[in-house]
Design a protein around this ligand. Structure first.
Ligand SMILES: C[S@@+](CC[C@H](N)C(=O)[O-])C[C@H]1O[C@@H](n2cnc3c(N)ncnc32)[C@H](O)[C@@H]1O
Length: 271
C-alpha cells in the first residue's frame, strides 16, 4: 500500500528501524525514566513506526496503563498490532493516523513520546495543537529529534559519505521536513506556555564493527537506494559511498559520527 514516508516502508526499512531501536533503546529508556514513566500512565506515541518503542512503553505502563500509538503507514500499524498481540499487550492500541490531517484523539494522556517524527512534518502546527489538546495539564512531552545533522560522517576518508549526508538533508527539506527540527521545537513549545524541563544532546559515535557503525552503514545502503529513486543520488554516488564503507573496514581507526539527537522534555502548564 502506498505511503508518503520518505524513507519508505519496505521490509528493509522496517528491519532498519528495528535495529535502530535496539541501538537507541538505552537512551529511550533513560529518557522515559527521567520523565517519571510508571505503571498506570497513559502514553501517546507519535509516528510510532512498527511500534518497537510502543511495545516497550506498554510493558512499562502495565495492564493498568494505556499506550496509543499513532502511525500513518498501514503496513507499520499492522506489523505493530501483530507484535502487540504476540507480546500480549492489550493496553497498546496502534491506530492508523496522519498527524498532519486527521483529527487528534479526544482522550487525555500523561506523556507523549515523539522520536524522529517531527523532522518529517511539513507543518508543525498540527503537532503543537494536538499536544495542547491531548496532554493533560502537568503532563509531559518527550522528543528525541535531531538538532545538528551536519555531524553525520565517516572519518577520516568519507567524502562520498559527507555528500550522502548533504543529499539526505536535501531530501528531507525538499519534502517539507526539517532535519534539524529540534532547533525550533523548544521555543515553539515555550511560546504556547509549555515549561521546558530538559534539553540534552544525545551524541552517537561508533568505531568499526560497533552497533552504531552498523546502524549508519545500513542507513547508507537502505536510504541510498531510496535517494536514487528520488533522483538526488546517482548509482555512481552510491557505489562510491559503499566503496568508502568497504575501505573503512580495513582501517581499525576509522569511525562514524551520527547526526546529533537532542532530548527535549517539556511540561504542559495549566492553560
Ligand atoms: C524514522 S520513523 C520513526 C519511527 C518511531 N518513532 C521510532 O522511533 O522508531 C518515522 C515514522 O513517522 C511516520 N510518519 C511520518 N509522517 C507522519 C504523519 N504525518 N503522520 C503519522 N506518522 C507519520 C512514518 O510513517 C514513520 O513510521
Amino acid at each position: 500500500m502506498a505511503s508518503d514516508y520518505i524513507l519508505g516502508t519496505r521490509d528493509a526499512e522496517l528491519q532498519r528501524l528495528r535495529f535502530q531501536h535496539e541501538l537507541w533503546r538505552p537512551q529511550a529508556e533513560a529518557a522515559w525514566s527521567r520523565a517519571g514513566l510508571r505503571r498506570g500512565m497513559r502514553v501517546l506515541d507519535l509516528g510510532a513506526g512498527p511500534g518497537f518503542a510502543a511495545c516497550e512503553l506498554a510493558q512499562r505502563v502495565g495492564s493498568s496503563g494505556r499506550v496509543l500509538a499513532l502511525e500513518r503507514s498501514p503496513r507499520y500499524v499492522e506489523a505493530g498490532r501483530d507484535e502487540a498481540e504476540r507480546l500480549k499487550l492489550p493496553q497498546l492500541e496502534l491506530r492508523q493516523h496522519n498527524l498532519l490531517n486527521d483529527p487528534w484523539p479526544e482522550e487525555r494522556f500523561d506523556l507523549a513520546w515523539c522520536r524522529w517524527l517531527a523532522m518529517f512534518l511539513s507543518n508543525l502546527e498540527p503537532l503543537l495543537e494536538g499536544l495542547d489538546q491531548c496532554i493533560a495539564p502537568g503532563g509531559q512531552v518527550l522528543f528525541h529529534e535531531y538538532v545538528h545533522w551536519d555531524t553525520f560522517g565517516l572519518h577520516p576518508h568519507g567524502s562520498a559519505i559527507e555528500r550522502f549526508g548533504a543529499a539526505c538533508q536535501r531530501s528531507f527539506r525538499e519534502t517539507g521536513g526539517d532535519p534539524d527540527v529540534n532547533r525550533r521545537l523548544p521555543s515553539l513549545l515555550a511560546a504556547r506556555g509549555w515549561r521546558i524541563e530538559a534539553l540534552q544532546p544525545l551524541p552517537v559515535l561508533g568505531a568499526q564493527g560497533s552497533m552504531a557503525a552498523q546502524w549508519m552503514e545500513r542507513f547508507v545502503r537502505v536510504y541510498g537506494e531510496q535517494l536514487q529513486q528520488l533522483g538526488i543520488w546517482s548509482e555512481a554516488d552510491h557505489g562510491q559511498a559503499l566503496q568508502e564503507i568497504a575501505q573503512a573496514a580495513h582501517d581499525p581507526g576509522s569511525f562514524w559520527v551520527g547526526p546529533t539527537v537532542m532530548e527535549l522534555r517539556a511540561t504542559r502548564l495549566q492553560p
